[in-house]
Design a binder for this molecule. Structure first.
Ligand code: GLY
Length: 374
């Protein structure tokens, strides 16, 4: 067996062992960050709710372990309450229902899952601002706050739900709204050097761009590494669904920015552009997300370009496995040293469920399973 296949198979074995063990305590719930050895469980309306079931589906696809399938299905059923509680829903419906209902529908053809995912896609469409051509990100976080003009880079990963909805219904409205949002991202979020802004605020009435904001990055002109990773993967997925070369070319530009800022161990700090007096803990989740984007990008570019992206994606995943993986400990969480929200001091050195999810998705891809849940 080649050395390359050996680490991938070994890593997959560790993943299945640990996910099985963790599933006994977590069950059909919604972990987010692991602290003091245990995953903290969130309410199902939190944006991370799709990642644990998504991870269960990734492992189930390979092992056909029915106990994991049942847990993923129960998580999906629990999300029904969120779908009916309209006030809790924001743009992250894409993350939430793609990794639950779309995954379930793609793997097992479940008709209830298709209905749930289409309902989520329709609700996501309802957030589209026709004057600004963006999908509104959040609802007010505090009483009286007006977020109606806010769009964020992460939303690129919510667009596949809309592309998928057009594919299964034959109705182009979903895809066209997704493309309009992606075009807005090209126009306002991606900087010339390939770095990205996290947040853009628009005038929600006229659609005029008002300001760029730092958000989860260090500042307006810093370079939040996870936002950069969302852009690599999200733009590549927009190319995957539309075939429009502008998305591919921009994904490549953002990928080059990301790769040129990686440290020696291939795992990024939480922000690539920090002044000396700001701490720079790692964000392993940004590495895992970018790796998935790079591996898909490798399949979309020419044969001459492909190895650049494939090798980079593989190196990131290998480093995450060897240097960041927690395989023998009794701690919950697969990949250590992720940062959720540095400016708010939230989980700055923890395993995060999305880091775990994308690590496993990337590994599955390296093992040869290229079918996308997205
Ligand atoms: N979508 C929120 C985050 O990346 O933390």
């Amino acid at each position: 067996m080649s050395e390359q296949l050996q680490w991938i198979n070994e890593a997959w074995m560790q993943v299945t062992k640990k996910v099985n063990r963790t599933s006994k305590r977590i069950g059909a719930n919604f972990p987010h960050a692991s602290e003091n050895g245990k995953y903290i469980l969130e309410e199902p309306y939190w944006w991370t709710a799709g990642f644990w079931p998504g991870l269960l589906w990734q492992v189930y696809r390979d092992t056909k372990d029915d106990s994991l399938r049942q847990l993923a299905e129960k998580c999906e059923e629990k999300l029904d309450s969120v779908q009916h509680d309209y006030y809790r829903l924001d743009h992250d419906m894409g993350f939430m229902w793609t990794l639950t209902s779309v995954a379930h529908y793609k793997l097992l053809g479940n008709e209830d899952s298709k209905r749930r995912a289409l309902l989520a896609a329709n609700l996501l469409m309802g957030r589209f601002n026709v004057n600004g051509n963006y999908i509104r990100a959040w609802n007010p976080w505090t009483e009286g706050e007006d977020n109606s003009g806010v769009a964020i880079i992460d939303c690129l990963m919510n667009l596949p739900l809309l592309y998928w909805a057009s594919e299964v219904t034959g109705d182009p409205r979903f895809k066209n709204a997704a493309k309009k949002h992606a075009d807005t991202v090209l126009k306002y979020f991606i900087r010339n050097d390939g770095g990205v802004h996290h947040i853009i605020r628009f005038d929600p009435e006229s659609g005029e761009m008002l300001e760029a904001m730092g958000g989860q990055g260090n500042g307006r002109d810093s370079a939040w590494s996870r936002g950069t990773a969302w852009a690599i993967y999200g733009l590549t997925l927009s190319y995957h669904y539309t075939g429009e070369v502008k998305y591919l070319e921009t994904a490549k530009r953002v990928a080059h920015f990301f790769l040129s800022h990686l440290p020696e161990d291939f795992v990024p700090d939480w922000d690539f552009r920090l002044p000396d007096d700001v701490d720079s803990p790692k964000d392993s989740s940004a590495g895992a997300i970018a790796a998935c984007g790079l591996l898909l990008l490798a399949d979309k570019v020419t044969a001459a370009e492909s190895p650049i992206y494939h090798r980079a994606g593989e190196k990131i995943l290998q480093s995450l496995y060897k240097n960041y993986g927690d395989w023998e400990g009794s701690e919950e969480g697969l990949i250590l040293h992720a940062t959720s929200h540095f400016p708010e001091g939230k989980y700055t050195d923890n395993p995060l469920i999305y880091g775990d999810y994308y690590f496993v998705e990337g590994l599955a891809r390296l093992k040869g399973n290229k079918d996308l849940f997205w």
